[in-house]
Design a protein around this ligand. Structure first.
Ligand code: SF4
Length: 196
């Protein structure tokens, strides 16, 4: 029995030393060619090496895949899947993978476009102006169309004159706030373009 144990121990030693040698060879050789990594390659770094990383969420759909946004010198230089995301585990679909092209794109609109009633041209407007106008129009429309009761005197407390069509990117929390606000205004035409 003792002989068998000694033999097993020696065999384990030999195997582990052979594995250490093969690990070493794998790190220092390609096939039989030694030192395949050039001095230059040893000092190469990925372009995101010294960039600042910000965690974000893909803007496209309600799956909400996690993204890492890399910023250097005040500019976004790359967007990748976030391996720490419990939703997507580092993966992005082809659309999410192309988010960088959405952000860094000379054709991207960065101002509010407004076309006045009966006008044929679009105007650029500040975001605050657009927010004020939306709030004002919602207020006026609700004031003029709110119904407390129907013809039989039964309570309604609603308006059918304002509706909301949500985008696919809205997540649970945003939809919760939208529902809470709009229902409290008496709106009943509330829809969401959900992709999940
Ligand atoms: S568009 Fe693709 S990457 Fe973006 S959240 Fe949806 S599934 Fe994820």
């Amino acid at each position: 029995m003792a002989v068998f144990a000694t033999l097993t121990g020696k065999l384990a030693q030999l195997l582990s030393s052979a594995k250490a040698k093969s690990d070493h060879l794998l790190h220092t050789h390609v096939g039989l060619v030694p030192n395949p990594v050039s001095e230059r390659s040893k000092h190469l770094r990925p372009r995101i090496h010294d960039a600042q990383m910000f965690r974000s969420v893909c803007p496209y759909c309600a799956v909400g895949c996690g993204q890492r946004v890399y910023v250097k010198d005040g500019r976004v230089i790359d967007i990748e899947g976030d391996p720490d995301s419990p939703v997507s585990d580092g993966c992005l679909c082809p659309k999410g993978s192309a988010s960088f092209e959405l952000v860094v794109n000379p054709n991207r609109w960065t101002t509010v476009k407004y076309r006045a009633p009966y006008a044929t041209d679009w105007e650029d407007k500040p975001l605050d102006w657009a927010m004020d106008r939306i709030a004002q129009l919602m207020y006026e429309t609700r004031e003029s169309t709110f119904r407390e009761t129907n013809e039989d005197g039964n309570p309604l407390n609603n308006t059918l004159a304002i509706g909301s069509l949500g985008g696919a990117t809205l997540d649970n929390e945003e939809n919760y706030l939208i529902t809470k606000l709009f229902h409290s205004l008496g709106m009943v035409c509330i829809e969401n373009q959900a992709r999940i």
